[in-house]
Design a protein around this ligand. Structure first.
Ligand SMILES: [Zn+2]
Length: 443
């Protein structure tokens, strides 16, 4: 979407200076159903989740033209209106849901484990190599049923996320629709990699480091100029880092260009600073107190809690959570979700994968949220309608309804009864193209 507009703008500019004849016409980013914009298809399934009403349409059908949904409803009604020549794909006894959205990924990050993992990643892999890792991660993420992601910082990989987004849009790489934050913005010296020798002046940093309002302003302008769809800031790192004044400038520049701002914030004060500065979402938010959450609620700021990494760690190494500090942290995130839910703070799904093992496990986050009190429907909404709203694409994705992209997933069974089913997606369609179909001989 973004890319298409940019290309149109470019073509307009070139036309103005009389260069139109020298560029290849029609080189707009290919969509998934490129060349088949009028292809008519019907997908049938035992159930389709109507996300708005939280109810199933039984014995349902979805009529798809090209890459978008034309109609959804009971098979009897839909088949009456659809052309008789439409291809029919009957998925049988499955539940169809909208493609899921993860609002907190780092596709370019496959960090080795250990305290020096972050630095080693930058030391031993080129940006080009990390971009290719990103392409692999994009594929597993899509195959896991996440048809859209908001990638919140390339972790030292520069603008590789812009390249990946555009390569996916151009049909060169298989992956989800992407909203990208590019480099991220942090206070000088207050983000990874830590402990690098000061002699290594050119060593890459995990984010763009700034000090003072004007450097912050410049960073936002640069990142938008190089293709950022949103801006990511680090409001804290164990303690508050960027000042309210610095973040206000970041928000001002971003909002001026119609870009949202996502703030990493885990401390009570860091969260407050970011919300006061006007950011649109708090990432993690672990130690938010009641006052923070009230402020978020009153300003309509989203919470993206990122819990599943902790839960995976808990399963793998339960002994790591025996210390008083670790126990306090687990209690803090339990309270956070309970309070946010009870107060009506908006919650969007984000799983924060940053290792080879975690990419593609995005759906575990829905289970982590429901384990702490969200109903299955609330967790699914966090990864569909709410996520679409947060990323600014509510018209195009997040529900199975007429006019939206035909981004669909199927599971066997009832995900409203067992949210873990979403970790075993059997069918994925993105923009009308089947990406994965493990439903056997699909009629
Ligand atoms: Zn993250």
């Amino acid at each position: 979407m973004q890319t298409r507009n940019r290309f149109r703008y470019l073509i307009q500019c070139m036309a103005l200076v009389g260069l139109m004849g020298s560029i290849t016409p029609g080189r707009l980013p290919a969509q998934d159903s490129a060349g088949q914009p009028d292809r008519e298809r019907i997908i049938r399934a035992a159930r389709v989740l109507d996300i708005h009403h939280g109810a199933y349409i039984k014995n349902a059908a979805i009529w798809i033209r090209g890459e978008r949904i034309k109609a959804v409803g009971s098979a009897v009604d839909v088949l009456k209106d659809a052309p008789a020549s439409a291809e029919v794909l009957d998925l049988g006894d499955v539940t169809l849901l909208p493609g899921l959205i993860d609002c907190h990924t780092h596709l370019m990050a496959r960090l080795p484990s250990g305290a020096d993992g972050y630095a080693l990643n930058l030391l031993t892999k080129s940006e080009a190599y990390r971009a290719l890792e990103g392409a692999a991660d994009a594929r597993v993420t899509l195959e896991a049923g996440f048809t859209t992601v908001r990638d919140v910082e390339s972790e030292g990989s520069g603008y590789a996320d812009v390249a990946l987004r555009d390569a996916i849009d151009n049909g060169l790489v298989v992956g989800p629709r992407m909203r990208v934050a590019t480099r991220g913005i942090a206070a000088v010296g207050q983000y990874e990699p830590f402990g690098i020798s000061p002699d290594l002046t050119g060593f890459p940093t995990g984010a763009q480091m700034v000090s003072g309002a004007e450097e912050a302003r410049r960073a936002v302008r640069e990142q938008i100029g190089h293709g950022a769809d949103l801006i990511k800031v680090y409001a804290d790192w164990l303690y508050p880092t960027l000042t309210v004044a610095e973040m206000q400038v970041i928000v001002e520049e971003a909002h001026k260009a119609n870009r949202k701002v996502a703030a990493h914030a885990t401390t009570t004060e860091g969260i407050r600073n970011a919300v006061l500065a006007g950011v649109d979402s708090i990432e993690h938010g672990f130690h938010a107190d009641k006052a923070d959450l009230e402020l978020m609620k009153s300003k309509g700021v989203y919470l993206v809690p990122t819990l599943s990494g902790t839960d995976a760690h808990l399963v793998k190494k339960p002994d790591d959570f025996n210390s008083p500090g670790a126990k306090a942290y687990l209690e803090a995130i339990r309270q956070l979700i309970a309070m946010a839910r009870q107060m009506g703070v908006k919650i969007a799904d984000g799983s924060d994968p940053a290792s080879a093992a975690r990419h593609g496990k995005n759906a575990e986050e829905l289970q982590s949220m429901s384990r702490r009190g969200l109903t299955a429907l609330e967790a699914i909404r966090a990864a569909t309608t709410s996520a679409a709203d947060l990323i600014g694409w509510p018209v195009d994705v997040g529900a199975v309804e007429a006019g939206k992209f035909a981004d669909l997933i199927a599971v066997q069974g009832d995900p409203l009864d067992d949210i873990a089913l979403l970790q075993h997606v059997k069918f994925v369609m993105k923009g009308g193209t089947v990406i994965k179909n493990e439903l056997g001989a699909a009629h």
